[in-house]
Ligand binder design. Structure first.
Ligand code: SF4
Length: 371
């Protein structure tokens, strides 16, 4: 049934909107996985990447209060928090997180995202970047979603370009891909009415790419959207990537309903695997597809490696956003645990930096840390 699409993919041809819908509708997930694996292996062989990273959320106070978000709070509400810059620096000290079976002696990357704080000026974010870089000069900083960057631009009165340049000058290395959700405006108005539009999200990313800032891209699926909305979202990303080449990885994010205003169900394992596979096939100009194990769980993430994913994200260490919405995964995995999941899937584990540069063994890691 998928033969025609398979032939097209094998011939290196791009699949259409209707063909992507056909892939989502199929019950033949094994053939779907084979096609996606073909694309993944053509790009990355049997390699599967991971990174020693740590997530930090500076605050959960957010003026947007999206209806799918169980993480955010209003100022003064129970459970609201805001970290000082010193507290962020303290969290980044690896000795705070030593695991007796596998001590992480240094992180390669910090991933910083948070709410839109009503009172923090732009200078606060710049100071945060500068102090992190000053204290950990070799640490890659992947920070701030397109939503946060848009907010900083509005608060500071600077253009998007000026805002991003200032962030870059103060230490920003790359940007995560959050805030994309589903681009369709009819879905967005029900899901996150206060959030920037899909067009604005794409504009922020295009500007970042033009300034040489690599980013990721995401899609939140499994809530109120249809397959058509998902495919339209993927094709928007593919079109922008054709223009800029600035996206590093695509990360499908499975919706978690607990504690959210819109409620609903967790996505199914089959839907997770289909979404990874269809993303891999549609996004023929993305080098990497990430199985974010925090959301998919360790076991579905491992299976995703047979459905087109070639990246398992990282060690994470502390995770608040998805766990606020009922994530069933752990908050942290050691490099050895990640490597084991990858090996047991018949793949080759490769440690990477935030630009997907390979770090081979302790020696190379030490060199990379000295950069
Ligand atoms: Fe705020 Fe992001 Fe949560 Fe929306 S998803 S409420 S922007 S923290």
């Amino acid at each position: 049934m998928l033969r025609k699409i398979e032939d097209k993919v094998m011939a290196g041809e791009r699949i259409s909107f209707d063909e992507a819908i056909e892939l989502f509708m199929t019950d033949d997930i094994f053939s779907l996985g084979e096609i996606a694996s073909y694309v993944a292996e053509k790009k990355n062989g049997k390699k599967v990447f991971f990174i020693r990273n740590r997530h930090i959320n500076p605050t959960n106070i957010c003026i947007n209060r999206c209806k799918f978000c169980a993480f955010s709070r209003s100022k003064g509400e129970e459970g609201a928090f805001e970290l000082t810059i010193d507290e962020i620096i303290e969290k980044l000290n690896p000795s705070r997180n030593t695991n007796p079976t596998s001590p992480i002696t240094s992180y390669q990357e910090v991933h910083i995202v948070g709410g839109l704080h009503p009172n923090w000026p732009f200078e606060h974010y710049l100071e945060m970047l500068s102090k992190v870089k000053k204290n950990f000069p070799r640490l890659n900083i992947k920070a701030f979603t397109a939503v946060e960057v848009d907010y900083m631009s509005k608060k500071s009165g600077l253009s998007l370009e000026e805002t991003l340049l200032a962030l870059k000058e103060h230490g920003l290395d790359t940007m995560p891909g959050g805030g994309a959700e589903i681009f369709d405006s009819n879905i967005r108005v029900r899901l996150c009415p206060e959030k920037i539009s899909g067009e604005r999200w794409l504009e922020v990313m295009e500007t970042a790419h033009r300034l040489g800032i690599k980013t990721n891209a995401t899609m939140l699926y499994g809530h109120i959207e249809s397959y058509e909305h998902r495919v339209a979202h993927l094709i928007e990303l593919r079109t922008l990537q054709d223009r800029t080449g600035g996206f590093q990885s695509f990360i499908p994010l499975s919706y978690h309903p607990k504690g959210t205003e819109i409620g609903g169900f967790y996505s199914s394992g089959i839907d997770d695997l289909k979404t990874v596979a269809v993303s891999r096939i549609v996004l023929d100009n993305f080098d990497h597809i990430t199985a974010y194990w925090i959301m998919l769980g360790e076991k579905i993430s491992q299976l995703s490696l047979l459905f087109g994913a070639d990246d398992l994200s990282g060690t994470v260490i502390e995770e608040k956003i998805t766990h606020s919405a009922g994530a069933l995964s752990e908050e942290s995995m050691t490099p050895e645990e990640l490597e084991n999941l990858i090996r047991m899937a018949g793949k080759i584990p490769v440690e990477r930096d935030c630009f997907y540069k390979e770090i081979r063994g302790k020696e190379q890691r030490a060199k990379s840390e000295k950069r």
